[in-house]
Design a protein around this ligand. Structure first.
Ligand code: PLP
Length: 437
């Protein structure tokens, strides 16, 4: 037995993978290295990456500048505790994030909390909101309001605001805390806004505002909950309702942040500023795990007004210097590479090439926004059949549910993106295997 096979066998015997059952016929590939937008498999094949390792790897793999930033920091210290100690990479990164979230010379946020993962940054956001109201003696304000089809992570509080039925978390119903969910009646970013779209959300505010601490939502695009785009006017209306009913507003930009939808942050495109902002995924350019929760001056003042004046959270590896150093370099690269132009070219190519997939009978809709291209099928796709077919064609595309989607690294070249799109078309023209039987 060759080494690759024995390693794969060992993996299947010893490991769990994200939301994947361990059945031996599930696709599994051994990656030896990665460079630019290509994954190098142990069996010698190279795959063009259409997933950016789940939205994160925006500048490509094995990037010389990101490698160098990690090496430089490694030679100083890879980690030090953040309790009563601090370091330059965290200080610089906080300054950068606060500057990037400034508009017209004014900071939208005042303070940054570094968390270890996106889910944890959502936990911290929820904690901030609840602490804010507790500090004012409003202990009845402890519930969250959100919309259906959302996804906010896998830890318990994050799960509790993720769609309760139509999600990976349905088996935990009854165990996770109960929060309030409203409908978004109309999806699609080209729809005409109608005033009654906000009614289901407004009704929840009217009925429950006294016990609601915060409204949490992924701005403009619901990611893992179905890659659904919606009208920015929802966010502006929700902001108004939050102000009117004394509810804090949390935007989860873990997926949309750092340019993916065509604006640096989706909240800026929507012209609506939340009180608390969660960032993650692309923060380190996909190099390592790091997330951040940013709070505005109102939330900071509220939390500090409590006689204790402290935020009750503090992970062991908080503000890991190695991750912060790489994040700083990744943010430099965004600017140096002119991310806006990169994302715009990807968007234009997706619009002109991917949209043609709508002609296939099995396709319900094609959606494009920024560096995101989504083909929604009429039925759930046959994952086990499709993934190996993509690999045969030299691309890495991993569908879920009814969705075949790509969100490539921003550095992808037109001919590489074309190869991803051609691979999708070739799968679609072979309907028989696409749909789960
Ligand atoms: C991925 C994601 C999370 C969870 O982040 P992890 O780093 O996987 O914990 C939360 N919210 C959104 C919108 C995400 O896309």
């Amino acid at each position: 037995m060759n080494n690759t096979n024995s390693q794969l066998q060992s993996d299947r015997k010893n490991l769990w993978h994200p939301y994947t059952n361990v059945a031996s016929d599930n696709p599994l590939y051994l990656v030896n290295s990665a460079s630019g937008v290509e994954l190098q498999l142990a069996d010698g094949r190279k795959l063009i990456d259409g997933m950016s390792s789940w939205w994160a790897c925006i500048h490509g793999y094995n990037h010389p500048a990101l490698n160098q930033a990690a090496k430089n920091q490694l030679d100083k210290m890879s980690h030090v505790m953040f309790g009563s100690l601090t370091h330059e990479p965290a200080i610089t990164l906080a300054e950068k994030l606060l500057a990037m979230t400034s508009q017209n010379g004014k900071q939208d946020f005042e303070r940054v909390f570094f968390a270890d993962s996106g889910s944890v940054s959502v936990e911290v956001a929820i904690k901030m909101a609840i602490q804010y109201w507790f500090a004012q003696g409003k202990t009845q304000k402890s519930q969250l309001l959100t919309v259906r089809n959302g996804y906010h992570g896998d830890t318990f509080a994050a799960m509790s605001v993720t769609d309760p039925e139509n999600s990976m978390h349905s088996m935990f119903q009854g165990v996770v805390s109960k929060h309030l969910f409203a409908e978004i009646p109309a999806y699609g970013d080209s729809i005409e806004w109608q005033d009654d779209y906000i009614v289901p959300i407004k009704q929840q505010f009217e009925q429950h505002h006294e016990k609601i601490a915060a409204f949490i939502i992924e701005p403009l695009l619901q990611g893992a909950g179905g890659m659904k785009f919606y009208h920015a006017e929802y966010l502006r209306q929700i902001r108004k309702l939050c102000d009117q009913y004394d509810v804090l507003l949390i935007f989860d930009e873990i997926a949309t942040g750092f340019g993916r939808t065509g604006s640096l942050f989706a909240y800026q495109a929507a012209k609506t500023t939340p009180d608390i902002l969660c960032l993650g995924k692309a923060l380190t350019g996909g190099y390592m795990t790091l997330a951040a929760t940013l709070a505005n001056s109102k939330v900071v003042a509220g939390i500090h007004a409590d006689h204790q004046g402290l935020l009750m959270h503090g992970p062991t590896f908080m503000a890991n210097p190695l991750a912060c150093a790489v994040a700083n370099q990744s943010l430099n690269l965004l600017e140096q590479n002119n991310w806006q132009q990169q994302v715009l070219s990807i968007e234009q190519q997706l619009l002109s090439e991917l949209t043609a997939c709508e002609k296939y009978g099995s396709v319900a809709q094609v959606r494009v926004k920024g560096a995101i291209g989504v083909v929604e099928m009429k039925q759930a796709v046959n994952f086990k059949e499709i993934v190996p077919k993509f690999v045969e064609q030299g691309v890495w595309i991993r569908p879920f549910g009814k969705l075949i989607y790509i969100m490539p690294p921003y550095v992808i070249k037109p001919e590489q993106l074309n190869k991803l799109i051609q691979a999708i078309k070739s799968i679609l023209s072979n309907d028989v295997d696409v749909i789960r039987s």
